[in-house]
Ligand binder design. Structure first.
Ligand code: HEC
Ligand code: HEC
Ligand code: HEC
Ligand code: HEC
Ligand code: HEC
Length: 396
């Protein structure tokens, strides 16, 4: 008994200095004085919203209700500092900052979904000559490579691959050319990396535009249409191409979908034919139903997403009534960030990716690809506003 107490005491004495020496992860505000631009960019990114994003919040609550073990699991990526702080109730400001500066810049190694990181580490970054009194710095080749992102952007549950953005990239022509995630998602410009620092050819912007960014999505696809008419039989061939996406589209969580809507009308606007196609990865739960909650998935039912640089032909064939004059067609590709989990504020977020139309008089052939609709970059803004309202409400 006595030996046990002594032993426990010794363990405590051994742990104390360690606990005292443990530095806290600094919050992002401590970087703003010197890294104003990076702070402004990051604070509007999905990484900064990764715990306060309402779509995540709703899913997280459902996962937690289905099994409390998911708390540690979900937060390991959405609030990665909890891997060390164990602040699973999110009481620290730095935990609520989600994927924050001091997490990413303390990472020294990534292995599968495991990160080696510590607030005591020097700031890991892309420069080998940076110098400041504010913090120690260290060159990290890892930060310039897709492998850094892979620690979160690739994972499985129950052996079912849920998000495979990294391996999709690895198999893409972009990877073969050496184009990393950072090259597309952290666009560079010239400028200073920090107040007082030298002007550099390349500083890396921290927006991480993606599926939540209308503008970014609209560069992803083109559609070319050709229409043929033989008597009352109409054949429309769509050639859907993408060439600047380094992974499948949509990538990431299976709740993302791309939907093709096709319509043919006559001169009076009467609908002659319409069809819809959905491109997505579909998960099944243990009962064989579609698993909209990805953590309940046991298998993949189908996956018909677009591969990087794929060019896909879709053909629609239909008959029009005798005596029909001109036939007009319209094809629209929409990106849907399916949010079935949100039942109150939002149903789903839709962004038009590309559209094309064509017209045909009887027996004639014509092709008219039309320019894309003007940009609507409001989706990120909408999410940010809702997140802000939720945060303010919670603080009260
Ligand atoms: C008092 C000013 C100051 C503060 C505060 C500050 N930094 Fe820095 N930081 C600098 C300067 C100066 C450089 C060097 C810039 C250069 O060489 O271009 C730098 C460089 C860096 C680098 C690049 C390191 C490399 O070698 O590639 C990273 C990453 C970084 N800082 C992250 C942070 C983070 C994260 C915070 C907040 C937790 C922070 N800094 C706070 C001034 C500061
Ligand atoms: C610690 C985990 C983690 C790391 C490391 C990480 N990400 Fe993310 N990333 C996330 C999470 C989680 C989200 C989604 C946040 C949300 O919407 O709730 C996200 C969102 C994104 C988005 C936005 C997607 C959209 O729909 O708009 C892009 C783009 C992105 N990450 C790219 C990257 C790149 C590139 C890297 C490497 C430089 C990287 N991420 C590193 C976890 C991570
Ligand atoms: C998701 C991880 C991630 C987060 C969060 C993040 N960074 Fe970075 N940061 C990177 C990566 C990766 C690079 C290097 C990109 C490259 O070289 O290809 C980088 C580069 C930098 C650099 C050096 C180059 C430059 O563009 O200035 C600084 C300074 C920096 N980050 C500061 C910050 C600050 C400050 C924050 C928070 C406001 C922050 N970072 C948040 C991943 C992150
Ligand atoms: C050649 C440029 C390019 C490369 C390389 C690239 N991406 Fe993307 N990424 C895009 C574009 C464009 C989109 C928007 C179209 C879309 O929805 O896929 C996107 C979308 C995303 C999304 C949102 C999911 C989606 O499909 O809407 C995430 C997350 C993401 N990228 C992460 C990554 C990660 C992680 C890597 C590296 C493993 C990477 N990207 C490599 C261009 C690129
Ligand atoms: C291995 C890292 C990782 C784990 C663990 C993880 N996520 Fe994510 N999560 C991501 C990344 C990366 C994204 C952003 C890109 C994408 O869609 O793949 C994301 C995006 C999301 C989104 C979409 C947010 C939006 O605004 O579109 C939801 C919802 C989500 N995660 C819920 C969860 C839940 C619930 C859990 C726990 C059951 C969880 N995640 C566990 C990495 C992770």
């Amino acid at each position: 008994m006595r030996a046990k107490v002594v032993c426990v005491c010794l363990v405590f004495m051994w742990m104390m200095p360690l606990a005292l020496a443990e530095k806290e992860f600094p919050i992002s505000l401590t970087c703003t004085n010197c890294h104003q631009d990076r702070y402004n960019e990051w604070s509007r990114s999905m990484h900064a919203l990764s715990v306060s994003d309402p779509i995540f919040e709703a899913a997280y609550l459902r996962a937690y209700e289905s099994d409390p073990k998911y708390r540690i699991f979900c937060l390991s990526c959405h609030s990665p500092t909890t891997r060390i702080t164990h602040d699973f109730n999110l009481t620290k400001s730095v935990s609520v900052e989600g994927i924050t500066c001091s997490f990413c810049h303390s990472v020294t190694a990534v292995e599968g979904n495991n990160f080696t990181f510590n607030p005591n580490n020097p700031m890991q970054g892309p420069y080998n000559d940076s110098n400041t009194d504010a913090h120690a710095s260290s060159y990290s080749a890892l930060h310039t490579k897709s492998e850094f992102c892979a620690g979160c952007h690739e994972f499985s549950i129950n052996g079912v691959p849920i998000s495979q953005t990294y391996s999709e990239w690895k198999a893409s022509p972009d990877a073969a050319e050496g184009k990393q995630c950072q090259d597309c998602h952290m666009e560079t410009k010239s400028g200073i990396a920090a107040k007082g620092g030298p002007v550099r050819d390349k500083v890396y912007q921290h927006f991480w535009y993606g599926g939540h960014t209308g503008q970014f999505l609209q560069n992803a696809f083109q559609i070319a249409t050709s229409i043929q008419r033989t008597g009352n039989r109409v054949n429309v061939t769509l050639n859907i191409t993408n060439n600047n996406v380094g992974h499948m589209i949509p990538s990431g969580l299976p709740m993302r979908k791309v939907v093709l809507d096709f319509n043919a009308t006559d001169e009076q606007g009467n609908v002659l034919y319409s069809a819809q196609k959905v491109y997505a990865k579909t998960l099944l739960d243990q009962y064989g139903n579609e698993a909209t909650d990805f953590w309940k998935a046991v298998s993949i039912a189908k996956d018909n997403r677009f591969k990087p640089d794929e060019s896909r032909i879709e053909v629609f064939e239909f008959d029009v009534p005798e005596g029909t004059g001109r036939v007009d067609t319209q094809a629209t590709l929409t990106y849907q960030l399916q949010a079935e989990i949100i039942t109150t504020e939002m149903e789903s977020l839709n962004v038009e990716l590309a559209s094309a139309s064509s017209s045909s008089v009887s027996n004639a052939t014509a092709t008219y690809p039309t320019p894309k609709a003007p940009d609507i970059g409001w989706i990120g803004f909408l999410i940010a506003m809702i997140a802000a309202v939720l945060v303010i409400r919670r603080k009260r």
